[in-house]
Design a protein around this ligand. Sequence first.
Ligand SMILES: [Zn+2]
Length: 364
Amino acid sequence: MTVNEITGIIEAFAPLGYQESYDNVGLLVGAQQSKVNGVLLTIDTTPEVVNEALERDANLIISHHPLIFKGLKRLTGSNYVEKTVIKAIKHGISIYAAHTNLDNIWGGVSAAAAKRLGLKDISILSPTTNQLVKLSVFVPTVNAEEVRLAMFNAGAGQVGNYDWCSYNVEGTGTFRAGEGTSPHVGELGKIHLEPETKIEVIVPKPILGKVLKAMLSKHPYEEVAYDIFDVKKPNPRAGLGVLGVLPSSVDEMEFLYQLKKFFKTGCIRHSPLTGKKIKTVAICGGSGADFIGDAISAKADIYITADIKYHQFFDAEGKLLIADVGHFESEQFAIDIFYEVLTKKMPNFVVLKSNVKTNPINYL
Ligand SMILES: [Zn+2]
């Protein structure tokens, strides 16, 4: 298989369009058409991970954090990023990253932790705004079902936990085929009336191209009439962090000890205990300080995230417990997501989880 084919499987699950504006996801080192012997999964790409890839004969590294985040102006091996890139190129190893696109999608990094923690009724903590469009397309009624199905299969029509959602109105389309056309129905130069169905579906912008391609591939007309409108409401199926509930309430200290074991972390830094039991849990893998307010608004009893600064712990104000479990620890399940997505589509291909401990933070 090629790099392109394998990373295409990841992108079908976590389209690149879901990344945040500051991010740098996708293929960072290597060529799309290179043949892949094996895949190595990691949270971070370091020279040690490249060594491991060489030892285990895996020439595609898929990581959560992008090795190259800002631009590289020179490659002299003066820091670990440059060293890693040089080593990878020298040995023909490709490096790919799925970062905030893997955080923002439904079933992403935070949801993976939530599911493993046993949370139920999972929803997005901070849904993405300005991301939905409404696509309206006019199709001959006899072809409506086929076109509708093609759009659904490409991911259109998801409203909350309902899929295959559309609105359909039957009417009459008119057109007159001009010179140089070959109309699907009707005759050149004659006004034609055709029973048509207007199909409306919701589409997230990151997959709009895929949905349009699917729609156009099944639409019989030479010139397809369709409109795209921005929808001014958040996308409840995409965004950062998740919210869920525990099967039963747990004492705060007891839950913190459970979390320490669950995340295999050397330390949990937390805000003062609130005196309440834990039932509703908010989680955001990685640096989630920006969403403390969302966790409070959602009436979460605890907000599990990482990289909380001193003053940000004050924001809890006794309303909830903030628990900083460590950045690497909070995102460790990204590797399992990659593994599940890839092995489901290519069960006989070599997909390895890295044994290198890349977490740069140690606890005394
Ligand atoms: Zn991270």
